[in-house]
Design a protein around this ligand. Sequence first.
Ligand SMILES: Cc1cc2nc3c(=O)[nH]c(=O)nc-3n(C[C@H](O)[C@H](O)[C@H](O)COP(=O)(O)OP(=O)(O)OC[C@H]3O[C@@H](n4cnc5c(N)ncnc54)[C@H](O)[C@@H]3O)c2cc1C
Length: 290
Amino acid sequence: MRDFIIHEPDNIGGACSLLLEFGTQARIIAGGTDLLVDLKQHNIEISHLVSLAKIGGLKSITTIGDEIRIGALVSLNEVAESLTVKKRLRALCKAAASMASKQIRNQGTIGGNIASAVPSADLPPALLAAGAHVIITSGESERKVPMSNFFYGPRKTVLAVGEILTQVVIPSIGKKTAIIYKKFKLRGANALAVASVATRITVAGNLIKEGRIVLGAVAPVPMIAELASEMLAGQIPSHNLFFRVAEAAAAEAKPISDIRGSREYRKELIQVLTKQSLDEAFKRATGGGD
Ligand SMILES: Cc1cc2nc3c(=O)[nH]c(=O)nc-3n(C[C@H](O)[C@H](O)[C@H](O)COP(=O)(O)OP(=O)(O)OC[C@H]3O[C@@H](n4cnc5c(N)ncnc54)[C@H](O)[C@@H]3O)c2cc1C
C-alpha cells in the first residue's frame, strides 16, 4: 500500500477545504472498511486521507418532526440496533444487521455504505423504498439529493470533489405502509448480496394504494423496478398479482454474471425475493407479521 498522510479536521469546512486542495489525490475515510481494501488492492492510488472521525454532529440519530436524520458516521451496528429506526423503518435495521461481521459493522458507517456506491450494498434498497434523501455539504452550501438521484453507476455518485455526505433523512413512512428487505447471500457472514429486494406497500381498504419495488445487486445502481411497482397501484392483493409483479421485477432487472452468480440465477432470485417480500409487506401493512 502506498504511503499517505491522514488529515483529521475537526469541522466540516476544514474537511471540505482539504478535499478541494488535494483533489483526486485525496479521499474521505469514515470506517475504512471499503476504502482500505481498495487501497491494499491498488484499486485506487492516493496520498491523502481526510478522516471525518473528529467532526462533531455526524454520529447521531435524531428525529425532527416525522423525519429521522441519521448522521453519516453512524455505524452499521448502531443502525441495526437503533430503536428509533426500528420503530419507523425496520427493514433498514434488518439490512444493516445482515451485513458483514459484528467487527465490520462496528467500524463501517451508513455514509460509507451509500457513498461507496457498490451495486450490492445493503442499505440503499431499503432507503430508496422509504423515499429517503441525503444531505450533501461543500462546507459553504448544502444540497438535498433524493436517494433515487444519488447513484449513476458502479462506484459513481453525484458527490463532487470537496463535498461530503453528512446526513441520511428518512421521511415519515405513513400508516398502513410496510417496507420489507430481502437479501440472498452465499454464506452466513461476510457475504455480499447476490441479489436483494426492498418492497414497500401501502394499503387502503381492500386495495393496494401504491407500491414500490427496489432491486439491489442486479443493475449498475440500486434500481426502482418502475413497471413492476406501477402494477400494484389500485389492485386487489392476491397471490396471482404478487406472482405477476415478481415476474415483472425479474424482467426489469439487468444483472451481470460474476463469481457470485449468473445473470439467469440472479433473475430467478429477484422473482423469488420479490414474491416473498410482497407477501410479507402486505401482511405487515394490514396489521399482521412480526
Ligand atoms: C469483510 C467485509 C464484508 C462486507 N460485507 C458487506 C455486506 O454484507 N454488505 C454491504 O453492503 N457492504 C459490505 N461491506 C462493505 C463495507 O463494510 C460497507 O459498505 C461499509 O458501510 C462502508 O462504510 P465505511 O465507513 O467503512 O466506508 P469507508 O471505507 O470509510 O469509505 C467508503 C467510500 O465512501 C467514501 N465516503 C465515506 N464516508 C463518506 C461521506 N460521509 N461522504 C462522502 N464520501 C464518503 C470514501 O471516500 C470511500 O470512497 C463489507 C466489507 C468487508 C471488508
